[in-house]
Design a binder for this molecule. Sequence first.
Ligand code: MN
Length: 259
Amino acid sequence: MEQPKKLSRKKALKYLTFGSASVLFAPALFTTSCAANGNRRQGSYLSYSAIFNATYPFSLDPLPYDDDALEPYIDTKTMEIHHGRHHQGYINNLNNALENHSNLQSMTLSELVAGLNDLPDEVQTAVRNHGGGHLNHVIFWNTMTPGGSSATGRLADAIDRDFGSMENLKEELKSASGGVFGSGWAWLAADNGGSLSVVQTPNQDNPLTEGLTPLTGVDVWEHAYYLNYQNLRGEYVDAWLDLVHWEKVSEMYEESLGE
Ligand code: MN
């Protein structure tokens, strides 16, 4: 379906300042735009529980910032397509896969992904690709912020303990993301004891399936960066490292410790 011309909230508000004709016109445009494409309305950061404990039917949450908020590191068009189409696609396919499995519909997203290998054969691949795809992207959106932020508390201590420094961790994330052959992700993950590691997953696999809790991760599928960076994955990963919301990652770590 053709999307109507999009109008960001910022631009819609700008229209309001342009004389009476625009005042009459702009709110109608804005309403149409929001109704047709819910991700235009900026949301808020999801809690740890909202990220991991969502259940069927799954739905696309608005981004916690405007589509253009991460410019110039991540361009607006990439955000619109990545969130509104790719991520929505994983959600649709996941819902379709679970539609006729009422016994799985009460499982949380993290239970589905962590327990992937125990699911019925006919849904395993769909949950691996689309359940993972959904969870991976929710974590991705929710652990970025314009300008980035700093690690705090026990995460900051654990980074020093397990990597020596934040700079070393960033080097490991860069190296891991560069080493993904084809499509996949690089993650900062925690084990049950709170030890941190950097891991890669292929395709839309998630560290939960290997018993690790993902705290943040970078999507290195070409759809995440190709419009702006073409083949320069390393430059895109450098940009992502400047956007990581370490304060939110710190909160994720505290929650993963479960105390
Ligand atoms: Mn993606």
